[in-house]
Design a protein around this ligand. Structure first.
Ligand code: UDP
Length: 343
């Protein structure tokens, strides 16, 4: 299959590009490099620099590449930033996705795999969370993903566009071998922060609340390894292409969770020294427990995550961070990023 991966130079995108190549598919990447890294892509993968807000550029890429399917990762992803700059998020995530959908139905109506998030559920009492739980996102980020999902479904109904939505839980880890990994400009994720603390880039780890109704009082999350998530994309796009699915939504997680304390204990064990920890107030908007009901993707697509042991997951993250303490470097940043219109 020939695939166009939109936003393929980012953290999850670049891991997915690798797994697609390993599965024998041809790949081209469309990315504005606002947060992605050209260095994260294998040399044989063509990189088209373009922005979904420039509808002509994605249209031209579709006409030139003639892909058999499209995977769409390109989005702004920070919950906190989305609350401060909602316009940027609605424009980039919703208008960007709309431009992509419009271009697909006007050029080549090929299947679409879309990156969504457990943030579409918001706070829910469901444990674990099934795909048909109500969508009540609490952040603008989650709202932009819900709106995108709804647009995609409307294009399916109106134009017959086949699609698969993947709702990710807590994505973490790095490709074994440690040459690509998480390198966001703003660091907020627990495992990444713990690795950077172990490297001495931060003084200590804050535990955001230990009075939650969980066994050790800290929040529980479903940590899915980025390579397993990448494999989920390969399964999803192959099932779409084979006509086995045409309007499916799947949670992607392990189906069980780990607490903040369990994660920090695993980091201590992998790193070999205990990190300094400090109890801090609860972080606004953190539900006590977010765990995927992942049975649908397991049953329907044969998803079989390989990284189920927390220490194995943390080991890959640690190998990446200790060999790339500054990420992939700053010299690969686009010097003139296409405008992310505010406010
Ligand atoms: N967390 C924490 N200290 C940190 C970062 C995160 O205690 O320095 C907690 C956070 O409150 C949440 C869990 O770790 O309960 C996972 O947070 P993360 O930001 O990694 O992912 P999220 O679940 O917010 O997508």
């Amino acid at each position: 299959m020939k695939l166009l991966v939109v936003g393929g130079a980012g953290y999850i995108g670049s891991h997915t590009v690798r797994q697609l190549r390993a599965a024998g598919h041809e790949v081209a990447v469309f990315d504005n490099l606002s947060s992605g890294h050209a260095e994260a892509l294998p040399g044989e993968v063509e990189l088209i620099r373009g922005d979904l807000l420039d509808a002509a550029s994605i249209r031209a890429a579709l006409e030139a590449q003639k892909p058999d399917a499209i995977i769409h990762f390109a989005a702004l992803i920070e919950v906190g930033e989305s609350m401060r700059a909602p316009g940027r998020y609605y424009r980039n995530n919703v208008v960007g996705t709309l431009n992509l959908l419009q271009s697909i139905v006007e050029t080549r109506k090929v299947p679409l795999v879309f990156s969504s998030t457990a943030a579409v559920y918001g706070t829910t009492d469901a444990v674990p969370i099934p795909e048909d739980a109500a969508m009540q996102p609490e952040s603008v980020y989650g709202e932009t993903k819900r709106m995108s999902e709804q647009m995609i479904h409307a294009f399916h109904v109106a134009h017959g566009l086949p699609y698969t939505v993947l709702r990710y839980f807590n994505v973490c880890g790095a490709a074994p071998g440690g040459d690509i990994g998480e390198a966001h400009p703003n660091k907020t994720h627990l495992i990444e922060l713990a690795c950077l603390t172990a490297l001495g880039q931060r003084e200590k780890m804050m535990i955001f609340g230990d009075d939650y109704p969980t066994p050790d009082g800290t929040c529980i999350r479903d940590y899915v390894h980025v390579q397993d998530l990448a494999d989920a994309h390969v399964l999803a796009v192959e099932a779409l292409h084979a006509g086995k699915t045409d309007a499916a939504t799947y949670n992607v997680g392990l189906g069980h969770g780990f607490s903040v304390r369990e994660v920090l204990d695993a980091v201590d064990a992998v790193v070999g020294t205990p990190l300094q920890r400090e109890l801090a107030p609860r972080r606004a908007g953190d539900p006590p427990r977010l765990v995927a009901d992942a049975s649908r993707i397991v049953d329907q697509l044969g998803f079989a995550p390989k990284f189920t042991d927390l220490r194995d997951i943390v080991q890959t993250a640690w190998d990446w961070h200790r060999t790339h303490p500054q990420g992939l470097g700053s010299n690969n940043k686009d010097p003139s990023p296409l405008p992310l219109a505010g406010p």
